[in-house]
Design a protein. Sequence first.
Length: 457
Amino acid sequence: MTERIYYHDSYLTKFSAKVVNRQKENGFFGLVFDKTAFYPTSGGQPHDQGTVNGIPIVKVVDLNNGQILHLLEKDIKKINIDCTINWLTRFDHMQQHSGQHILSQSFLKVTGATTVGFHLSGDYSTIDLDIDNVSDHQIKKVEQLSNRIVYENRLVYMKILGQEEVSSLKVRKKSNRKGPIRIIEIEEFDISPCGGTHVKKTAEIGGIFVKSVDRINRGVRIEFLCGQRIIESYRNDLSSLENIAKQLSITPQEAPKRVGILLDELKRLRKEAQKRNLHSARDIARTLCNEAFLFKTVVDFSPLLAELKEEVLYKKSLNNGSGDDRSFDFLEPSQAQVDRWEKIKHFGELLGKTKVIKHLLSEQDCPLKEIAQAIIKQERFAIVLLACQSKNSQLVFAGPSTIDLQSVLDGCVKLIGGKGGGSNTFVQGGGCNPRKLSMGLDLALNLVVDSFLENFK
């Protein structure tokens, strides 16, 4: 079993230990020490950074058998080793984790919401709450309460207690661990079981700020910042604001109002552009419909016409009369055969009405989607196969539900190196190989014909 020094001293950055076990783990060299101050990834908190005899730590893993495994890129043959913990990372984790305890208790007091999840990474920290929604007013009250606890510089105690002692405390959350339990208590505010690293006094947290609130499955996710991360976030946001202001030749204070004006202007211009695109799409659609060809010119319907001759011969035999030597002796067709004849005739009529609009448009002729929609409005029976040749390949297909347009699109986007999707009657996709667009349209037409004929197999 590894002695966990960080349980008792989160501020220790240098220590010596002995290697008691070695093993290979995912290509890394794993070492188990008799004691360690390196915190392993657990409880939503990532592992510490640092070195062992000058070799950087890759990962620290809790093996759940009482041992902690330290993964290195190089092996260390020595038994006695010297370790150094990266203090900046350690202290950052201490600030975030202690801040989380205060924030969770503040949400509990203000909203009644319980924290059901916690995640700490190098870029952000989050808690998940079992509540449907949190108002801006509640967030403000939570921040005020949390920072009051921080600025009052309350003591943070660490205790290891037995099960009976823990059961007598008003802990914010219960622990499923057996045996002694490590408790973190923030003076007269929060008591929680926790194995993480924490500050000694709340003022060291430096401040707590709620950055965002997002709805998740049956709950709310709160992203927050503590200590140095607040300053870094402020610097980044200020830098972004100053860059925006500089580009607009205004002061940072004027930026929000000016951006609002520009957004309104952008919305107006987009509406005007949409109107122009729609008008242009209608004109292009009308031209393409006039240049279209009938579907029957590309479908070999002769095998199906041969089947219809059976129906013609059968009807002749019924109309000849009993005294005619030329009468035909046919069995009465089954209902399935009659239904098939009706289906063939129905689709045969459609073939004579359905237009195929297959065209490769130039970039200035786009947008494809609006053109395809305009064609469908103008032509009741139409199969639309459009492509646009720009920096990226674009495809839009539309047609009757009897054709498997999704399969047609899947075959074409593979050819142009892309992907797409849509409904039964309208699909669109794109790719990175515009040179094969013409070939893709030819393939699309062949696949449409194949899909149509599948109805008669």
